[in-house]
Design a protein around this ligand. Structure first.
Ligand SMILES: Nc1nc2c(ncn2[C@@H]2O[C@H](COP(=O)(O)OP(=O)(O)OP(=O)(O)O)[C@@H](O)[C@H]2O)c(=O)[nH]1
Ligand SMILES: [Mg+2]
Ligand SMILES: [Zn+2]
Length: 382
């Protein structure tokens, strides 16, 4: 099997001869998601005298790493390779030098999951937005009518990342009529099979307790357009004003971005939250499986088409077109599905084939292997 994207410093000498004295120690990092799995993965680096830590912020050649000794500012020269998907990212587990000025991050552990989009530049390159995320929280403001197409796009990337998506409709206080609110939630639910849709208000506190319970386990990332209310929600979940919020703004999604770096925060009720800068657009990046999951009801219908290779255009016996005809499948959904599949094919065709082959990982598969290896090792010791 091909190498999966992981620590880019293969040249760094590793020995596994010495005992991993650190593996029992770093419980100070438990609030940041450190567990036996990561301890086992980190053992060879611990043997080299490197410190484990979680990247809480990356900023121009440097990053802040939360270690058991507190936050260390470290240089990222060793973990900033040419391939943007291998650049160290908020949420990564880093191996940091124990001393030195500057201190260097020498490696990071293979990611369990990674949220990737393609950048809007002509060269379709992938960009990692967050690593090792369990819940991808897509924040959509109720200040305007929710853009269903954009939600579907975020969801495709979220499914593809290996994280469980969740849609949070923010600023619910701006929709005081309960019937209208229920209608909006249902409308978004039809675009998000298998995904929980939750209306919340950081101002009134509505729904935030349910969200707090969901994000109290694992690592969650807040994603969405600028002004969606991500940082306000982060502050509500933290119970204090950690993230800056612009007091007033006229239109969501426009103007200056308030948050400019991705920040990882430990929540008081457990769990870890990553707040991100608003995204104007999210391009798909090799996300065919993710698209399939967003439109799972279409793929269910397609199983009943007469022809195995039905394109759902005009074929006889097409169950997808029949569903559109009888009103059970909104035509908008089918059009959106086609549009995203086409866009994904374009990106895939443009991306370097070698790179894709290498990336044609499945982070979920990787995670499953990691856990299986770990379980086997543990079983061996027991
Ligand atoms: N009415 C209402 N306004 C809110 C709510 N949450 C946030 N806002 C307002 O929405 C604006 C944007 O909030 P932010 O939290 O900065 O949005 P953001 O998504 O973090 O924006 P970026 O950092 O630019 O990506 C601010 O003026 C907030 O006061 C809410 O629950 N209700
Ligand atoms: Mg913000
Ligand atoms: Zn068909």
């Amino acid at each position: 099997m091909r190498a999966l994207p992981g620590p880019p410093c293969e040249g760094f000498p590793l020995t596994s001869s010495s005992a991993s004295s650190l593996s029992a120690r770093p419980h100070a990092l438990a609030a940041y998601g450190w567990d036996e799995y990561w301890a086992a993965e980190f053992a060879p680096y611990a043997a080299e005298g490197l410190l484990p830590g979680r990247v809480v912020r990356v900023d121009r050649g440097q990053c802040d790493v939360m270690t058991e000794d507190g936050v260390i500012r470290a240089d990222t020269a060793f973990v900033t390779p040419h391939d943007p998907l291998r650049v160290i990212c908020t949420g990564d587990w880093a191996a940091v030098e124990a001393a030195g000025n500057p201190r260097y991050v020498k490696a990071y552990l293979p990611r369990r999951t990674a949220f990737v989009r393609s950048t809007s530049s002509q060269r379709s390159e992938g960009q990692i937005l967050a690593a090792n995320v369990d819940h991808a929280v897509i924040a959509v403001s109720l200040a305007g009518e929710p853009d269903l197409g954009r939600i579907e796009r975020f969801l495709a990337l979220a499914w593809e990342s290996g994280a469980q998506p969740l849609v949070v409709l923010t600023k619910a206080d701006l929709v005081p009529d309960p019937d209208t609110l229920a209608y909006l939630v249902r409308d978004v639910e039809t675009t998000a099979p298998g995904v929980q849709v939750l209306a919340v208000s950081s101002h009134t506190g509505e729904g935030t307790d349910v969200l707090a319970a969901i994000v109290s386990g694992g690592t969650s990332v807040l994603l969405g357009t600028s002004g969606a209310g991500k940082s306000t929600l982060a502050n509500a979940l933290l119970g204090e004003d950690v993230m800056d919020v612009q007091a007033t703004r006229e239109v969501d999604g426009k103007g200056r971005h308030t948050t400019t770096t991705r920040n990882l925060l430990a929540l008081p009720g457990g769990g870890v939250l990553i707040d991100t800068p608003g995204l104007r657009g999210v391009g798909l990046f090799d996300a065919e499986a993710g698209v399939g999951q967003v439109f799972s009801e279409i793929e269910d219908h397609a199983a009943d088409c007469r022809f195995h290779d039905c394109a759902h255009e005009s074929e006889p016996g097409c169950a997808v077109l029949a569903a559109v005809a009888d009103g059970s499948l909104p035509e908008r959904r089918l059009e959106s599905y086609r549009k995203l599949l086409r866009e994904n094919q374009r990106i895939v065709a443009k991306t370097d084939a070698r790179l894709r082959a290498e990336l044609h990982r499945d982070w979920r598969l990787k995670a499953a292997q990691g856990r299986a290896n770990y379980a086997a090792k543990r079983g061996g010791r027991a």
